[in-house]
Design a protein around this ligand. Structure first.
Ligand code: PLP
Length: 232
């Protein structure tokens, strides 16, 4: 039975490390929310599991993590059908750029889509949703730093796209953005929050490993965290 000990111990310690990292992040979210006089229960943690294994994901599910995010449909298809069959309470969020021709797979996988940024993608999703009877919640992604290469709609187009989602069969959950890399993110979080207020949109999906406390202080209702959850 000695082999059991040597093979099981490292797995157990990986699991408790993941649990510790998750607890510390939840504590940091709570502290940031309280500093801003917000209710910590209004901020949801999405574990971004791109590039992580089924075992790493399962360890977090067993710690009570129920919301996960994946960037790419193909990778999500390789890991999630088996996990979702075992853990039907888990909610999977599509957070990466989405091509319209991936709409059928995206609908089958994702309960929530954070990267709706154009009418043609909305049209493709609506068309497929009728066939599959799957109606994800939608966040409209905004190109908040007005960067050439970034996903997201233009700031000026956000009103029209959120209106189109409101008129669709999908629930408009909020706005999502990724600030430019290498500059202070707070002004971009503040801008997304202002845009959300002006459009009367409740949810704000913003904040990642390096900047989630600022995002929470500025109104994030959803933070998407990968590295800080899975790596020391
Ligand atoms: C990878 C990714 C994240 C998580 O980033 P970390 O810095 O690893 O926390 C969040 N949102 C999106 C859209 C991502 O692609």
């Amino acid at each position: 039975m000695i082999w059991r000990r040597v093979t099981l111990l490292p797995i157990a310690s990986d699991m408790s490390k993941a649990a510790g990292r998750r607890q510390r992040i939840l504590e940091r979210i709570t502290r940031a929310a309280m500093l801003a006089r917000r209710d910590p229960a209004d901020v949801k943690l999405i574990a971004v599991s791109k590039g992580r294994t089924v075992d790493q994901i399962e360890a977090l599910i067993l710690e009570g993590q129920q919301d996960f995010g994946e960037n790419r449909v193909q990778e999500a298809l390789s890991k999630w059908p088996q996990l979702l069959a075992r853990y039907p309470e888990v909610r999977l969020h599509g957070i990466g750029r989405l091509q319209s021709n991936k709409a059928p797979e995206a609908l089958r996988l994702f309960n929530i889509i954070h990267s709706l940024d154009r009418q043609s993608l909305l049209d493709a999703l609506v068309k497929e949703a009728g066939k599959t009877d799957r109606f994800p919640e939608i966040y409209v992604q905004v190109n908040i730093g007005e960067e050439e290469q970034k996903g997201g709609c233009a700031i000026g187009a956000t009103g029209a796209i959120t209106e189109a989602v409101r008129e669709s069969p999908f629930f408009l959950a909020g706005l999502m953005a990724i600030p430019p890399v290498g500059v202070e993110p707070a002004p971009y979080f503040a801008l997304l929050a202002k845009l959300g207020r002006s459009l009367d949109v409740a949810g704000l999906s913003m904040g990642m490993s390096g900047d989630f406390e600022a995002a929470v202080m500025l109104g994030a209702t959803v933070v998407r965290i990968g590295t800080a959850l899975f790596e020391d």
